[in-house]
Design a protein around this ligand. Structure first.
Ligand code: HEM
Length: 243
């Protein structure tokens, strides 16, 4: 009898405390953006807005909202968010210098740069929207279930080379190149299969093409914090692989 009571208690407590994955999908359900919702050229920020970790309307985002949203969702540390968030605020059109709209991130030269993995260069008119043709070039390198450092480095390098040929006004400063390398390190870190360095191809596809966290596919929030130092170390490894 006692055993039956304990079993019942345990089962009810399991039901009362859902797994991290259930927690993610229950509290932060994915919803497609409405026509009036603002989105950015960053596939991850769009994903997080689609799940409600960032305001679903993509508007009036403060540093506090950004830091909390990225920490809760993908374990990006405040140090890393602050660097890129400060650049985002420089393009603010909200009328309040301490907030920005996701669409403010389209401003070329702040964070947005040529040679993106999934967006066209500003020269072609739309540096904001997911571009299936450009993404197909990048994703053509992702032929294995796992994206290794060497593969990620090759995809990045090939995309920069292609953009340079296609765009007569191609222009990337040293800091643009650095930023684009960090973006590769970011997707590898967030969508990693526990190694913190190699990503699951299907998860990367899902974030870029659907702007949805691959929770159903088995993705979990990284346990270790992603910080400026972990990202810098990963960029170093990517460079060593030929990026
Ligand atoms: C863990 C968090 C993040 C991840 C995984 C991530 C990932 C990425 C990736 C992979 C790209 C490249 C897209 C492409 O080349 O097609 C990108 C672009 C971008 N990200 Fe993020 N990002 C994160 C956080 C942020 C934050 C906090 C900001 C600013 C507030 C930001 C702003 C941008 C912008 C403006 C671009 C466009 C750059 C371009 O391709 O021209 N991202 N991000």
């Amino acid at each position: 009898m006692k055993i039956a009571v304990w079993t019942a208690c345990l089962l009810s407590s399991v039901a009362a405390y859902p797994s991290v994955q259930e927690h993610q999908s229950n509290d932060y359900p994915w919803r497609a953006p409405k026509a009036t919702d603002r989105r950015s050229p960053c596939p991850m920020l769009n994903t997080l807005a689609n799940h409600g970790y960032l305001p679903r309307n993509g508007a009036n985002i403060s540093m506090e909202i950004l830091i909390a949203g990225l920490k809760t969702s993908v374990n990006l540390g405040a140090d890393a968010t602050e660097v890129v968030g400060a650049a985002a605020l420089k393009g603010s059109t909200t009328g309040n210098a301490s907030t920005f709209h996701l669409t403010d991130l389209d401003k070329h030269g702040l964070i947005e740069h040529d040679g993106s993995l999934s967006r066209a260069d500003i020269y072609f008119g739309d540096n904001h929207s997911f571009n299936a043709t450009i993404w197909a070039q990048t994703a053509s390198h992702f032929t294995s279930p796992i994206i290794s450092l060497a593969t990620a480095a090759k995809a990045h390098k090939a995309r920069l080379a292609a953009a340079q040929i296609e765009n007569p006004q191609f222009n990337m400063s040293a800091s643009d190149v650095q930023a684009s390398m960090i973006e590769t390190a970011l997707y590898l870190s967030v969508l990693s299969n526990d190694t913190g360095a190699t990503a699951v191809s299907a998860w990367v596809q899902k974030v870029f093409t659907e702007e949805k966290l691959p929770i159903k596919e088995g993705w979990k929030r990284p346990e270790g914090e992603i910080s400026v130092s972990t990202l810098t170390a990963l960029v170093g490894k990517l460079v060593a692989e030929g990026m």
